[in-house]
Design a binder for this molecule. Structure first.
Ligand SMILES: NC(=O)C1=CN([C@@H]2O[C@H](COP(=O)(O)OP(=O)(O)OC[C@H]3O[C@@H](n4cnc5c(N)ncnc54)[C@H](O)[C@@H]3O)[C@@H](O)[C@H]2O)C=CC1
Ligand SMILES: Nc1nc(=O)c2c([nH]1)NC[C@@H]1CN(c3ccc(C(=O)N[C@@H](CCC(=O)O)C(=O)O)cc3)CN21
Length: 310
């Protein structure tokens, strides 16, 4: 089973498709695995959240290991909130040993956003320093530049970016710091302003040569959009979209139509999409169908067709 399909697709310049799935809130992974199974032929990788919104769930490391066991390529989110440098390095090396070599390096949401506001937050590193740490592990050094006697990692690491950030100069500076620290791909924050994405791609991202996946969220209703505006740090769904959902006879169908439109815009502007459909991951194939994106060719078929052609 090819578990380097995502990085191969990045290298080949394919239009990249990932989907976000949260680990279970409990010890039984069967629901998560069933959702992931529905997406197998539609995405290059499944991106597993790590303490998203500071809400307690199963560890991303365990959840991605389970996906990989099932033959589905994961991207493991790594947030800096809950682990100091010893624990981050330990888990990164463990991820590599388990074959979980796609990583998304994040700072992480503040604990006050979640279900344990009294928890102690660590944040010893933030996303750029986490990327720098991974760069060191990949070159056979630990965070203190001591050599790793049992070998370097080969982690394929990406970072988040919010093209709608108010400070353009802050956005540009932070994006380039992430590129310099080894980010191989970028996943955008949930995006609604595609003019802004266009400008970000033209003026900031394109010169870096790093692919950007637009973060596209299936809004299930106007209420869902309002929940996000209240509870997801850094996200603001515009009133025009909330009104469109509120006016729709079938808000879920309207949400699918909006997401499919956004996928089409992303095809014009950037190198991929990161699809989020919280608790309705089963609808991601419908979004891709409406956007005119066919299932992916299995990577083994692609290899054999290349062989036939040569
Ligand atoms: N110096 C400056 O100009 C800037 C400073 N900052 C500060 O740095 C801190 C952390 O920023 P970063 O390390 O850049 O954050 P980060 O690397 O974790 O995320 C980058 C952006 O993506 C968004 N994001 C978070 N989780 C995401 C996910 N799962 N998928 C997609 N997007 C996601 C965030 O809202 C953020 O705007 C913040 O406290 C912020 O105040 C942030 C941006 C610019
Ligand atoms: N700062 C930040 N943290 C994140 O965890 C995060 C982002 N940004 N941006 C990208 C995605 C979007 N995320 C989201 C967005 C919406 C819901 C949401 O609406 N969840 C449920 C409600 C669940 C509940 O009731 O607790 C839903 O009904 O859709 C969850 C995670 C997670 N990701």
């Amino acid at each position: 089973m090819n578990m380097r399909r995502f990085r191969e697709a990045v290298a080949a310049g394919e239009f990249l498709i990932t989907a976000e799935v949260a680990p279970p809130k409990g010890a039984d992974p069967s629901g998560m695995l069933a959702h992931a199974e529905l997406l197998r032929s539609r995405v290059h990788a499944i991106n597993i959240t790590d303490g998203s919104r500071a809400v307690m769930r199963m560890s991303a490391l365990a959840a991605t290991a389970l996906l990989r066991q099932q033959g589905i390529e994961p991207i493991c989110q790594f947030a800096c909130r809950d682990r100091n440098r010893i624990a981050l390095q330990a888990d990164l090396l463990g991820a590599q040993a388990l074959g979980l070599d796609n990583i998304l390096a994040l700072t992480g949401d503040p604990v006050k956003a979640g279900d344990s506001p009294e928890a102690r937050a660590v944040f010893e590193l933030e996303s750029v320093r986490l990327l720098q740490l991974i760069q060191k592990l990949n070159s056979g050094l630990d965070i203190h530049e001591k050599s790793l006697p049992d070998g370097a990692s080969d982690l394929f690491v990406g970072a988040a970016v919010d093209p709608q950030l108010k400070s353009w100069s802050g956005l540009e500076r932070r994006f380039w710091r992430k590129v310099d620290a080894g980010a191989q791909f970028f996943q955008s924050q949930l995006i609604c302003d595609f003019d802004r994405l266009d400008r970000f791609m033209e003026q900031i991202a394109r010169p870096s040569g790093r692919p950007v996946l637009a973060g596209i969220f299936l809004l299930k209703s106007a209420k869902n959009a309002e929940f996000i505006n209240r509870n997801v740090p850094g996200v603001q769904i515009p009133q025009t979209i909330i009104d469109r959902l509120a006016a729709a006879a079938d808000p879920l169908a309207e949400g699918i139509a909006i997401a499919a439109e956004q996928v089409r815009w992303a095809q014009q502007l950037c190198q991929g999409v990161h699809l989020m459909a919280v608790r309705r991951e089963d609808l991601i194939p419908a979004i891709l169908d409406q956007a005119g994106i066919a299932p992916l060719q299995p990577s083994s078929d692609r290899q054999s067709s290349t062989l036939l052609m040569s």
